[in-house]
Design a binder for this molecule. Structure first.
Ligand code: SF4
Length: 332
């Protein structure tokens, strides 16, 4: 379906082209979380309960549901003694406690890069900082991170929120962020915070994860040179929604998010020669293939891959699952 892009050819007035951003799609944290549920289903047998969507992609969730996963919003919906997987977005410590109280077998598929932010929140709280968490209200990752430092952490969604911040000591303020935000927007919010609190302490390393940054960079490089950007991803996927915003800010004439090829609209293609395609970090490649197939049917040729970064990060499966897999192998 796609080939690597060498030196781009100059297109004629009417020639159509599809540019496929790379990296795109699954990140290491999503890959690990999805494999965790698959392996848990195989090892323990269905049903395996999953608290919240394991990753924010409708197709992935539907597929796992068909294979025996039961998705719940709260642990009260999980029968005592059952196996439950926590999603890649992480959970607050109170959720771990509740799982223990209900004698659930919990497997924690929280992405290690989200866990890193949790650790930073605990450390800043121990050191008695007021923590400003840049993120989106209601997102599961934000709820989990805020739960690590109750009473010490407050949410900042945009630079407009900065005037309303109340802290105990302006000299002891730090910030953290959700892992899937727009890099540029977050920097603008941090600048606004720093203007109010010049002694603001930064996190020890970037909280916006490598996968979010790489996918934004890749779409930015393509956006200004195309007529249309298609981002494959679900509406509740923060990093997919950000990719549409980043593409528009980077100069794309139009950019749309689609869950899959069936959502593509005819009217988007009026006068469009060059199309860029990318996908969020929770999107299986088969959905991108479906979009490319539809573009081919509309007269757009095979996509040429534009690679802006290499990714090789992989995470080990959660320790609870590794231990049980090892025991099962020893028994067989
Ligand atoms: Fe982890 Fe980043 Fe993927 Fe979220 S987007 S699961 S933080 S690697």
């Amino acid at each position: 379906m796609s080939t690597d892009l060498g030196t781009p050819r100059v297109l004629s007035e009417t020639e159509k082209a599809v540019l496929l951003a790379s990296p795109r799609g699954y990140c290491a944290g999503v890959d690990r979380a999805v494999i965790t549920v698959e392996q848990a289903l195989e090892l323990y047998g269905p049903p395996v309960y999953v608290r919240k969507e394991i990753v924010h992609n409708k197709h992935v969730v539907d597929d796992l549901r068909d294979r025996g996963a039961i998705f719940v919003d709260e642990l009260t919906e999980v029968p005592e003694g059952s196996t439950v997987v926590f999603s890649a977005h992480g959970v607050a410590p109170t959720v771990h406690q509740e799982a223990e109280q209900r004698r659930l077998k919990a497997i924690d598929a929280t992405c290690p890069l989200v866990t890193k932010v949790h650790q930073e929140a605990r450390r800043f709280a121990r050191e008695d900082f007021d923590i400003l968490l840049i993120g989106h209200a209601g997102h599961e990752e934000v709820e989990g991170t805020m739960g690590e430092a109750p009473g010490r952490i407050q949410l900042v969604e945009s630079p407009e929120d900065v005037d309303r911040i109340v802290v105990r000591d302006p000299a002891r303020v730090s910030w953290l962020s959700q892992t899937t935000l727009s890099v540029d927007e977050t920097l603008a919010t941090v600048e606004a915070i720093r203007e109010r609190f010049p002694e603001l302490i930064d996190p020890p390393s970037d909280d916006i994860c490598y996968a979010t940054q790489n996918r934004q960079l890749a779409v930015k490089e393509l956006a200004a040179g195309v007529d249309l950007v298609l981002v494959v991803g679900s509406g509740n996927s923060s990093n997919s929604v950000r990719l549409v915003e980043v593409a528009k800010e980077a100069g794309a004439r139009t950019a749309y998010r689609v869950d899959d090829a069936s959502e593509i609209q005819d009217e988007w293609f009026d006068g469009v020669r060059r199309v860029a395609v990318t996908s969020g970090a929770s999107v299986p490649e088969r959905l991108v293939d479906g979009v490319l197939l539809q573009l081919a049917e509309r007269g757009y040729p095979d996509a040429r891959v534009v690679r802006s970064a290499e990714e090789s990060l992989m995470f080990a499966l959660p320790k609870e699952l590794r231990r049980d897999l090892k025991a099962a192998t020893a028994r067989s």
